[in-house]
Design a protein around this ligand. Structure first.
Ligand code: GUN
Length: 282
């Protein structure tokens, strides 16, 4: 039976130290501020946004949530971003993805001041991650690196397989594992013999968005299995990209859904917001 890595517990510990950092900044008259923009009425996105706001409140950060209707134009959204870029009370700006189809996601991300891009999605920040010179680490991959560290798992020299190649998780995750000296393979929808490749892995990161995609027969005994998925199973229940019940008997370490990667993503966002605020005063 695998060790279950509790993102909730690791998260609580990091948030306590962030709360202390925020208190120290407050003594210097600085309250880090995060603006979150949500366009449209995607229920899952609204839940994530509310959790981000709650996370800010918990550790003493200032936050604003801008809820805009689905029919908001790209120009209106760009105008709001320009105002937030210029607002000294706002250190971090996050536009919740996905956006409605009529809005160009790339143009929106590009409009965010890279110094306030706490998601690290701007091409300048993505480039810095590639070069190993990041000012912000992307939240989900950074949270996963913290989870590995919390269990003393050093990726150096290990075979790491990332399933999924999104700009939000798969690609930056591969970069962080590579920087930590893992041998990294990225699998995606066109990959041939995916189960054979996953079976080689000492560390598997599943970020495909397909319920219970990683089955027990794909996992090397003792492997570390990290589940980024937030899916619904055949009964409509929340589950991950990993068949947790079966894989936990094969893996050495596994993250649950919920309570694994999810809380870490928000914790890293809070950390990036504090980093952004610090950059303005130093
Ligand atoms: N949608 C899903 N994950 C994320 C994230 O980490 N940041 C933003 N902005 N949108 C998302």
């Amino acid at each position: 039976m695998a060790v279950i890595i509790s993102g909730k517990a690791v998260s609580a510990k990091i948030r306590e130290s962030l709360r202390q950092e925020a208190a120290l900044l407050a003594e210097q008259g600085v309250t880090p501020g995060l603006a979150v923009i949500l366009v449209g009425d995607n229920d899952a996105s609204r839940r994530y946004v509310n959790n981000k706001k709650k996370g800010c409140e918990e550790i003493g950060l200032y936050s604003q949530v801008h809820e805009l209707p689905t029919e908001t134009t790209e120009a209106e959204l760009l105008d709001l971003i320009a105002r937030l870029n210029a607002d000294a009370n706002i250190d971090g700006i996050l536009v919740q993805l996905p956006l409605p189809a009529h809005i160009d996601e790339k143009a929106v991300i590009k409009a965010i001041n890279p110094d306030k891009d706490v998601d690290a999605f701007h091409e300048q920040n993505a480039g810095r991650i590639l070069l190993g010179n990041a000012r912000f680490l992307p939240c989900t991959p950074a949270g996963i690196m913290e989870l590995l560290a919390s269990e003393g798992i050093d990726p150096s020299g290990k075979e790491a397989v990332v399933i999924g190649r999104s700009n939000i998780v798969g690609k930056p995750m591969a970069m962080l594992l590579l920087q930590a000296n893992a041998t990294v393979t990225i699998c995606h929808s066109k990959t041939k013999n995916l189960p054979d490749i996953v079976r080689r892995a000492d560390i598997v990161v599943a970020a495909v968005g397909r319920p219970k995609f990683v089955t027990a027969d794909m996992v090397k005994p003792g492997a570390v299995v990290i589940d980024v998925g937030m899916d619904r199973d055949e009964n409509g229940r929340l589950c991950g990209d990993v068949d947790f019940e079966a894989v936990k008997d094969v893996a050495g370490y596994i993250t649950p859904v919920p309570g694994g990667v999810g809380p870490m993503t928000i914790t890293m966002l809070l950390k990036n917001t504090i980093t952004a605020a610090r950059a303005w005063i130093s």
